[in-house]
Design a protein around this ligand. Structure first.
Ligand SMILES: Nc1ncnc2c1ncn2[C@@H]1O[C@H](COP(=O)(O)OP(=O)(O)OP(=O)(O)O)[C@@H](O)[C@H]1O
Ligand SMILES: [Mg+2]
Length: 234
């Protein structure tokens, strides 16, 4: 399988002098197109930092990140904006919806920015949000809000889907629903996906399991027999 994401000697720290902390101390990862990866590790181990670097939201201190043959580290500010707009879907723990837009409008604004978006009505149906389409975020449940934020990420058919604790604010049943949705999207659209999570069980649904600890990648295992999200238990 061709590598879609190639990370070499990636380094990132924060602060100056004695207050300086090194978060990522030389990370190397290759991820094939269409893989569904779980990125595990204790709190503070740099999972979000890694995702933000790959998402072009932060700049590394050293090393390189290549996505689909493009070197992010060589892109200008404008090039990075285009990368985020055209290639990337980002799902956050706390949804990041626009409060005064309806569920449908939240997805539509992302569709407007895309070259060849998915059909918004079809997407609303497949997300199970058709009945909620004219409501505002505050009028729907947390799981429905997270489905909407996944819709915002997906409507542009991203080649790379990055999810930072997408079920961190959700109950058990809703979490499983959201994970099944991400699993289906990854399969149907072939997007390469990384899910950051504290939950080891989520690692079982992934085709590759990554684990960060103390600045290093301490696990990078291919999982030949992923468990369907609907069958996960924790
Ligand atoms: N903007 C920042 N300025 C200074 N320190 C930061 C910044 N962002 C992250 N850090 C520090 O970097 C380390 C890694 O943070 P990060 O958010 O990547 O961890 P994480 O693995 O995502 O943790 P969690 O599971 O709690 O979300 C932490 O010690 C954090 O305090
Ligand atoms: Mg985090």
């Amino acid at each position: 399988m061709d590598d879609f994401l190639r990370v070499r000697d990636l380094r990132k720290g924060y602060g100056e002098g004695g207050a300086r902390i090194e978060v990522l101390e030389g990370i190397d990862i290759d991820i094939g197109a269409g893989e569904l990866c779980a990125l595990l590790g204790p709190s503070g181990s740099g999972k979000s930092t890694f995702l933000n670097l790959v998402g072009g939201l932060e700049q590394p201190d050293g090393g390189t990140i290549e996505v689909g043959g493009t070197s992010l580290t060589e892109l200008s500010g404008r090039g990075l904006d285009e990368y985020r707009r055209d290639s990337l879907g980002f799902v956050f723990q706390f949804y990041n919806l626009v409060e005064d837009l309806t569920i449908r409008e939240n997805i539509e604004v992302c569709a407007y920015l895309a070259g060849d978006p998915l059909d918004v009505d079809d997407l609303l149906c497949s997300l199970g949000l058709w009945e909620q389409r004219d409501k505002f975020p505050a009028q729907v449940s947390g799981g429905q809000q997270q489905r909407c934020s996944i819709g915002r990420a997906l409507v542009k058919k991203p080649r790379l889907l990055l999810c930072d604790e997408p079920t961190g604010a959700l109950d058990y049943e809703t979490s499983k629903e959201i994970l099944a949705l991400i699993e289906r999207v990854c399969r149907d659209h072939g997007c390469t996906t990384i899910i950051v999570t504290h939950n080891n069980a989520i690692g079982q649904m992934a085709t590759r399991r990554l684990r960060l600890r103390e600045g290093a990648l301490v696990e990078n295992e291919v999982n030949a027999n992923p468990v369907p999200a609907s069958e996960l238990e924790w």
